[in-house]
Write a protein that binds this ligand. Structure first.
Ligand code: SF4
Length: 325
């Protein structure tokens, strides 16, 4: 069902003349990769080539989360990164081959998908914007979809103004991101389950109200000390955003502590005297997981809104300018 592109992997290892190869993939793929390593190792044994294949046991949240820095003292010659495509601001010091893990259903299932999508399209007055993630790009080729890479999409306000958006893929983060960004309803179609659903305008309103509520509470009870969190993950290390926040905190004379972290989790933010944290990292940490944190956590945009007393909600996005080059 998922294309792990074994031939390309084997050829890549040979081409790089790699002796130690690291396989990195998201949680849901680790078991498949463990098996894949076994099969590829057998192939190399049969050809008499001496290659050590190693599974990365840590996180792989996206192409923002490549593990070259953690393993650079281990003489790794090549990283195989599964499930994502390279991001322009997340460059590795060790050669990387990206394997997108394309969805590869059988013919009958594929025909069902095409049929379903055509039915959705027939109901639309105007041809909608079709978005997807890299895994489904191949099966959707005839619809020319806009592929969301990482947490960025090439859709702008003008494009989205009068057109519906259909998200074809699995998971809810990307369509939620689109709904929050454009403040409109998004139709979802999952090609694996062939189910439809919607993120309604009402869901978007509820989300915005909740986040504005958090900012209002900070106005009522201003934080005495703020933790400013910077991620060390290559594609989440938004150092320019972090520096700007520190500058603002200094100008406003707000007590703060900068904290640098790799994996940001509720267990890592344990400081009793800190009332709120600003997360200069993945926007999902605040948007998806804020409920799991004991203290208030804010995106950089939300902090800006707090400081400027602005209640026009702006969705946090990662931009090239966030990084230092
Ligand atoms: S920063 Fe977060 S949302 Fe963006 S690609 Fe990485 S894991 Fe995904």
């Amino acid at each position: 069902m998922w294309d792990l592109e074994r031939d390309r992997v084997i050829n890549g290892i040979i081409k790089h003349n790699a002796k130690r190869v690291l396989f990195q993939g998201p949680e849901g793929l680790k078991r498949d990769l463990e098996k894949e390593i076994g099969d590829i190792a057998k192939y190399f044994e049969s050809t008499g080539r001496d290659v050590e294949l190693i599974l990365w046991g840590g996180s792989s949240f996206g192409a923002c989360d490549i593990c070259d820095m953690e393993v650079k003292h281990l003489n790794i010659d090549l990283i195989l990164h599964y499930g994502h495509e390279e991001l322009p601001y997340s460059k590795s010091e060790i050669p990387i081959i990206y394997i997108p893990v394309y969805y590869n259903p059988d013919r009958e299932h594929l025909m069902g998908i095409i049929n379903d999508i055509n039915k959705i399209l027939k109901k639309q007055e105007q041809f909608p914007i079709i978005t997807t993630t890299i895994q489904f790009k191949k099966i959707l080729r005839e619809y020319n979809p806009i592929v969301i890479l990482g947490c960025r999409t090439n859709i702008n306000e003008d494009m989205a103004k009068d057109r519906n958006i259909i998200y074809i893929g699995s998971g809810r983060f990307h369509p939620l991101m689109l709904a929050y960004k454009f403040k409109k309803e998004i139709t979802l179609y999952n090609p694996i389950t062939r189910n439809y659903s919607k993120i309604e305008e009402n869901d978007v309103d509820k989300f915005i109200k909740r986040r504005l509520g958090v900012i209002s509470k900070l106005h009522l009870c201003p934080p005495k000390k703020i933790g400013v969190i910077l991620s060390t993950k290559r594609g989440q290390c938004r150092i320019n955003v972090f520096n700007n926040i520190i500058k603002t905190l200094r100008e406003k004379n707000i007590n703060y502590i900068p904290i640098v972290l790799n994996n940001i989790s509720p267990e890592s933010l344990i400081y009793d005297d800190i009332d709120a944290y600003i997360i200069c990292a993945c926007p999902r940490i605040v948007l998806d997981d804020h409920i799991n944190y004991k203290r208030v956590i804010l995106t950089p945009k939300e902090f800006e809104m707090y400081i400027n007393n602005d209640f026009n909600y702006v969705f946090d996005e990662v931009f090239l300018d966030d990084f230092m080059y």
